[in-house]
Design a protein around this ligand. Sequence first.
Ligand code: FES
Length: 155
Amino acid sequence: MEISSELEDTLLGVLSRFKGKKGVLIQALHAVQNIVGYLPPSVLRIVARELDVPLSEVYGVVTFYHFFSMKPRGKHVIQVCLGTACYVRGGQEILDKIQKELGIGVGEVTEDGLYSVEVMRCAGACGLAPVVRIDNDVHKRVNPSQIMEIISNYT
Ligand code: FES
């Protein structure tokens, strides 16, 4: 992704709030992702430079946490939990249904830019499996037959 000078100025302004502070990399990446929508390599280089953090460390954090994405995301991000509890209670079936109905695979965005699909590893609600998170909402005990109706509420 090529960064326009306006976007770079905006990012520099945001990152200036974190400069010289310790333990702020995750916060800074959140702030930047909220602006750009995702974290392509060109943006990660700016973050590393401005915060004076090795680029390898920035990549390490971005690839470790599921809430960071290096690819463009849809307006609504659907995350299907495939941790053990959710998997055995139908998580894969839910994921298959979503992919079939939306016509996209994991990590892809629908043509209208409305949805993207991701997989996550344990949302911390195993007792209420299977779990699907859409944006900041956690849907519990999801039945595959209901999932598209749930998704249709996000427009
Ligand atoms: S395995 Fe899905 S919430 Fe824990």
